[in-house]
Design a protein around this ligand. Structure first.
Ligand code: G4P
Length: 292
């Protein structure tokens, strides 16, 4: 991948506006529920959230866990728990999400609930906000809650005009608009992983080069998965073949050919990317916690 392409300055105007909005929203909430993509739990986090949400209770949801390698997701869960977050692996499209999130919010706000109780403050609902980078599943989550919620509540004194709350139960209210964070393209690897999962514009970033690197990653991390799915030879270890060769073999095997019979590598690259994103190749995690 071209280095300059990974350093995209993401819509600076939108970014600044979203950040200001989030700073405002932070004033009226108790707990931040941060959605990350379970396949890239570190690369889909924006480090700014730590300062934006300072002083707030924190929950991390490893969303799209159905697409990730369950063993690696378990490693991430304990990694973030070690850092003091309340964490759950979820699939935002599933109906059990509401209970999971509710339990996480109550666990994250345990001390606050206790403090309120001692001060005689009872029945004051906890207010939560969902945040995350684009495409991580925020709207899916909020929509499934809005469908099941006990009631929608309107504006309240001290609440930013236009803000709506979804009342999950007596204890928890959720802001119905998510906070949008932008991914940080801090390294070439982060840019590449974000491109692989497709949360940024493909016109910029789907290339044969990216698909080749994805194939190499999968071949190294999940040996045998590519050969099992595409029915091609996939040597590993010292005799591992380069990504370009893997892509070529896939193009030939799947009949991705141009008119004259030449392999059509662009078509094969799009197919591989699509197969990965649709979890047809298998449940694949793209990063693991760094061993200390
Ligand atoms: P956002 O608000 O954070 O930008 O993300 P959004 O909810 O729009 O979700 C982005 C895509 O991810 C949607 O797919 C959505 O269905 C899918 N998605 C969200 N959560 C999960 C999950 O836990 N597991 C899986 N497998 N997919 C999830 P889409 O193809 O863009 O839209 P649609 O065709 O599903 O409506």
């Amino acid at each position: 991948m071209n280095e300059s392409k990974t350093n995209i300055n993401w819509y600076p105007g939108h970014m600044a506006k979203a950040k200001r909005q989030m700073q405002d929203d932070m004033k009226i909430i108790d707990v931040v529920v941060e959605l990350v993509d379970a396949r890239i739990p570190a690369s889909s986090k924006n480090p700014d959230i730590d300062s934006l949400a300072s002083g707030k209770s924190r929950v991390i949801l490893l969303n799209k866990a159905d697409m990730a390698d369950p063993d690696v997701t378990a490693m991430w869960k304990s990694e973030y728990e070690k850092k003091g977050f309340v964490v759950a692996a979820v699939d935002a499209r599933k109906s059990n999400g509401l209970k999971i999130v509710n339990d996480c919010i109550l666990a994250a706000c345990k001390e606050k609930i206790e403090r309120d109780r001692k001060r005689g403050i009872l029945n004051r609902p906890l207010r939560a906000m969902i945040v995350g980078i684009p495409n991580v599943g925020k709207s899916t989550f909020i929509n499934s809650f809005a469908g099941k919620a006990v009631a929608k509540t309107g504006n309240k004194p001290g609440v930013t005009k236009g803000r709506q709350w979804i009342r999950l139960n007596k204890q928890v209210e959720l802001l119905d608009t998510p906070g949008i964070l932008w991914p940080k393209f801090e390294s070439r690897e982060i840019g590449l992983r974000i491109a692989w999962i497709g949360s940024i514009n493909d016109q910029i970033l789907v290339t044969t080069d990216n698909a080749e690197q994805l194939l190499v990653y999968i071949a190294n991390t999940y040996p045998g998965m590519i050969s099992a799915y595409y029915g091609i030879e996939e040597e590993t270890g010292d005799s591992a073949v380069p990504g370009a060769e893997l892509l070529l073999r896939i193009a030939n095997k799947r009949g991705c050919l141009r008119k004259g019979g030449e392999p059509d590598l662009e078509r094969a690259a799009n197919m591989v990317t699509d197969d990965f994103r649709s979890v047809r190749i298998g449940r694949i995690s793209l990063e693991r916690p760094v061993k200390e």
